[in-house]
Design a protein around this ligand. Structure first.
Ligand code: SF4
Ligand code: SF4
Length: 319
């Protein structure tokens, strides 16, 4: 994708007194493991340091974005519900996992994987209601996303969040009808869990230098939702598609990020070395440009049909 001149990084808004650094809240530079803390986008009602910026982001949303957020919030009232009294026995968790994945695909999922809920995927002070996560990915319409950073792409992002939430909700209803508890998590109400660590463990893809996930099928051009459940299911393994091999030499997202927010090298974050985007540099631009998303769309993995061949070449080179 070729990026036409994006808006500059002069801001007509900002904090008179800057809040606590979002990167500090995120644990940038920390070598000891700890859970993540909320910093932005949070529906818990908890007062957050960057709340004013988050509110401002909401106020300048295009009507097309608001429409999808309202519809998604409304449908997510069905995220949990009564469980059928007759419980289906599960003798073979691997077969049940395949049946659940088939159901997710039938409902429209582009990607689906299953994993256990770990400490690293829970926000500080939160508990998971169930032990297993079914992670679901839905591709966005590339022709719309090629308009980043623009309202048109923002509308597509929220449409994808709305649809992937609907898939998670219907999958959770299907599991509850089997007599097992299940709760769906979509974009505006994922207050307990972090989707990316779960989806990486579930084998949907790997973390890229731009701080977002990269899948072989859709690059970074997809959005996530999840279902947490106690239904006995076999777990998937994380995948190695060669993301690090390319990110170590590629600089495309670093060059194209207007506020220079993307670190060139892996950073310590809450006791783990990983790719990291500077929150304090990214978020003001992200807000100014209706969710930006330049980095995920310029990434070569996001070119349609390119991922499988790219992965094969990178893994062959390593051998
Ligand atoms: S643009 Fe290049 S460096 Fe950035 S995430 Fe994609 S492959 Fe990695
Ligand atoms: S979303 Fe953030 S990191 Fe990505 S290009 Fe935009 S400002 Fe940079």
């Amino acid at each position: 994708m070729k990026l036409d001149s994006p808006p500059d990084t002069n801001y007509a808004f900002g904090y008179r007194t800057p809040p606590e650094s979002g990167s500090a809240i995120n644990g940038h530079g920390e070598t000891t493991k700890r859970r993540a803390r909320h910093v932005f986008h949070n529906a818990t009602g908890e007062k957050l340091s960057w709340e004013a910026m988050d509110d401002f982001f909401s106020y300048i949303n295009a009507w097309g974005v608001v429409r999808h957020i309202l519809a998604n919030t409304w449908q997510l009232r069905r995220q949990d519900g009564p469980v059928a009294s007759a419980k289906k026995d599960v003798i073979d968790p691997a077969a049940m996992a395949e049946a659940i994945k088939d159901k997710a695909r039938e409902l429209g999922a582009g990607l689906v994987g299953i994993t256990g809920v770990t400490e690293g995927a829970l926000y500080e002070g939160c508990e998971a209601p169930h032990a297993t996560a079914i992670c679901i990915g839905l591709p966005m319409i590339r022709e719309e996303m090629e308009h980043v950073p623009h309202e048109r792409a923002a509308v597509e992002v929220m449409r994808a969040y709305r649809v992937v939430s609907r898939i998670a909700i219907e999958l959770s209803e299907h599991i509850r009808a089997l007599g097992w508890p299940a709760k769906a998590y979509g974009n505006p109400n994922s207050t307990e869990i972090l989707h990316i660590p779960l989806a990486i463990n579930a084998g949907l893809g790997e973390l890229g230098k731009h701080g977002s996930m990269i899948s072989k099928e859709y690059g970074s051009n997809f959005r996530l939702a999840a279902v947490l459940t106690d239904l006995p299911l076999a777990y998937d393994e994380p995948v190695d598609i060669g993301v690090d091999d390319l990110c170590l030499t590629c600089r495309r997202c670093v060059i194209d990020c207007p506020p220079d927010a993307i670190h060139e090298t892996k950073q310590w974050v809450r006791g783990e070395q990983k790719w990291y985007v500077d929150f304090d540099e990214c978020i003001p631009y992200f807000v100014k440009t209706f969710g930006c998303a330049i980095c995920i769309e310029v990434c070569p993995w996001s070119e349609p049909e390119r991922g499988p061949g790219l992965s094969e070449t990178l893994l062959a080179k390593r051998r």
